[in-house]
Design a protein around this ligand. Structure first.
Ligand SMILES: Cc1cc2nc3c(=O)[nH]c(=O)nc-3n(C[C@H](O)[C@H](O)[C@H](O)COP(=O)(O)OP(=O)(O)OC[C@H]3O[C@@H](n4cnc5c(N)ncnc54)[C@H](O)[C@@H]3O)c2cc1C
Ligand SMILES: Cc1cc2nc3c(=O)[nH]c(=O)nc-3n(C[C@H](O)[C@H](O)[C@H](O)COP(=O)(O)O)c2cc1C
Length: 535
């Protein structure tokens, strides 16, 4: 790779610049010994001093070389490191690429940052996993540093079947070709057979919510789900007004319907948007921690108490606390990361609805976000919440037929789209929903069956994976209804998919490609007719 070659040649030049004056000095000293002067053995102390100097020199070189090879330093990270390729015009993409690498390394995933322009297709094939962080400049152009890469590589379909990638595309919606280069790169990767690790994240004008979403993917990728947010969001005050178990006796994790209302009374979001919540530890956990540490939870820290601050922060093991005063200690606390949930309602419903599954860690601990919402937060209590706009997952115009596909809690995002469309008078809806068992996991059954009876849903296909008689997934339902699917798409239908990134989303994608054809689906994706919100 050209960047590595450049580093090696700079290193060689540096060595030459040091060596040449040293040789000149040696020649000059030697000339002093010629002629009238005679050679004398320097004596043991001088030999020892010279040998020690040489050893110290080699030691220093070795140390510097070794430090360059530690994982924290980009150019020399190990070869199996995750590659982060950036294309930046004014530096933001490069900065985010480095932040991405730092977060991954802290989470124990080695990462190496490189300019996209320094890579070619062979490098990408060899890399196996690459995260691209690219901006767009001019009128939809690649940054200058990636222009040659675009000409060299994107001009023809590549062979990247083994490559798995993530893409963070920076842009600005005020320009006609929003994320133009990022989208061309994504199209080329898809055509070349590369597989996405997760759906690309597009960032409008540095939008902090989209960047937190990218961080969510980094956390999932490295398995470090408690990675601190780069930028702390400010949350609004909401009240949890309802919490109801939807699947008693389910073979899967318990799923809850939650309703929340904002304290300021302003209900404002669009269908497809995401609720970001700030998790907290259970009060008992904080109280136990305080008892072990000896700090007083009532100590005031500005507008907070220490108790409040701890509830929203990573708790360091009390045994490892150096003797610190409380202000110094509090300043070092790391905030807990946010969690994202698809909003299942529209403002006209009078509350923000969520569909949340309780998650557990392998060791039995409750998931941070779902544990807070379902087990620790009191019904009637306060939840810190903010809304992240999700313009990539909006309902299409009312005259466009809509196919909604999802599983599990993914029903939430689909419900919001359905409600917004019904409010706009649209009737042509086909919902395909999958879960485990018909008797236990048919979330919001009454509402969906009513919509079907009233004609707001034209068709409802259900797939139950744990029904011994006929286990099925939604992708199977798509294949069974292939002719109808082609008919709907022929009539201009749009497709929205919401739910599991593992299993459902790739399975549905494969079935759609099979039934509709690679080219049609790719065109639908580029036209915004095929959109996914998967996690
Ligand atoms: C755009 C978006 C929308 C989402 N919408 C919803 C929604 O409507 N309802 C909902 O319940 N969740 C939704 N999620 C997932 C949610 O944000 C959390 O990831 C989930 O609640 C687990 O978080 P936790 O803090 O409880 O668990 P953590 O403390 O993060 O982890 C607990 C355990 O669960 C595992 N885990 C965490 N997340 C996942 C995952 N996505 N798939 C498989 N295993 C996982 C971890 O590996 C760990 O073992 C959405 C995520 C995104 C990105
Ligand atoms: C001169 C100029 C042209 C731009 N053209 C586009 C464009 O065509 N499409 C787009 O989505 N964003 C466009 N942008 C927005 C940038 O992509 C966005 O600001 C990005 O964050 C810059 O990242 P960078 O600093 O890594 O280059 C443009 C910005 C500038 C300054």
């Amino acid at each position: 790779m050209t960047q590595r070659v450049a580093i090696n040649s700079r290193e060689a030049l540096g060595h030459a610049l040091v060596l040449l004056p040293l040789i000149a000095v040696a020649v000059w000293l030697f000339s002093l010994h010629a002629g009238a002067m005679h050679w004398h053995a320097p004596g043991a102390p001088r030999w020892i001093a010279a040998a020690a100097s040489l050893l110290a020199w080699f030691g220093l070189i070795g140390l510097l070389h070794g430090r360059r090879r530690t994982p924290g330093v980009d150019a020399a990270a190990s070869d199996d490191a995750l590659l982060i390729a950036h294309a930046s015009q004014t530096g933001f993409a490069a900065q985010l690429a480095h932040q991405t690498a730092d977060s991954l390394r802290i989470a124990g995933t080695p990462a190496r940052v490189i300019e996209l322009g320094a890579l070619d297709e062979t490098d990408l094939r060899a890399a196996a996993r690459v995260l691209f962080v690219v901006s767009t400049t001019g009128e939809g152009d690649a940054p200058d540093s990636a222009a040659a890469f675009e000409q060299r590589c994107l001009a023809r379909v590549g062979a990247l079947a083994g490559l798995r990638y993530g893409l963070l595309a920076l842009g600005d919606r005020d320009y006609a070709q929003f994320c133009g280069f990022g989208r061309r790169l994504r199209h080329w990767l898809a055509q070349s057979g590369a597989q996405p690790l997760f759906d690309p994240v597009e960032v409008d004008n540095g939008d902090a919510g989209a960047l937190r979403h990218w961080q969510h993917h980094l956390a999932m990728l490295s398995g470090a789900t408690e990675m601190p947010d780069w930028q702390r969001a400010s949350y609004g005050r909401w009240r949890l007004v309802e919490r109801r178990l939807l699947n008693p006796g389910s073979l899967g994790g318990p799923c809850f319907h939650l309703a929340l209302r904002p304290e300021d009374g302003v209900l404002a979001w669009d269908a497809g948007d995401i609720a970001e919540i700030e998790p907290r530890h259970a009060d008992e956990t904080v109280a136990r921690w305080l008892a072990a540490s000896g700090f007083d939870g009532a100590t005031r820290l500005g507008e907070d108490t220490l108790f409040e601050r701890l509830a929203r922060s990573h708790l360091p093991p009390p045994a490892q606390l150096a003797p610190l005063d409380v202000a110094t200690f509090a300043a070092q606390l790391q905030p807990l990361p946010h969690r994202e949930y698809s909003i299942a309602s529209v403002p006209a419903d009078g509350a923000l609805h969520l569909l949340v599954r309780l998650m557990h860690h392998d060791d039995g601990r409750l998931g941070l976000g779902s544990g807070w919402l379902i087990r620790h937060a009191q019904q009637g209590g306060e939840i810190a919440l903010r809304i992240r706009a999700n313009p990539a997952f909006r309902p299409p115009a009312p005259d466009v037929p809509l196919i909604l596909i999802g599983n599990g809690t993914g029903l939430a995002g689909l419900l919001a789209l359905l409600k917004a469309r019904i409010a706009a008078g649209a009737r042509r809806h086909w919902l395909l929903f999958g879960e485990r068992q018909a008797e236990r996991d048919f979330f919001h059954r009454d509402e969906l069956e009513r919509r079907l009876r009233e004609g707001w849903l034209e068709r409802l296909d259900l797939a139950w994976s744990r029904e011994p008689a006929a286990p099925a997934y939604v992708q199977q339902r798509l294949r069974e209804a292939a002719a109808l699917l082609r008919e709907w798409v022929g009539q201009g239908a749009a497709i929205r998919v919401c739910g599991s990134l593992a299993g459902m989303a790739p399975g549905v994608d494969e079935a759609l490609r099979e039934v509709l054809g690679e080219e049609t689906l790719e065109q639908m994706r580029m036209d915004g007719r095929y959109r996914r919100d998967v996690y």
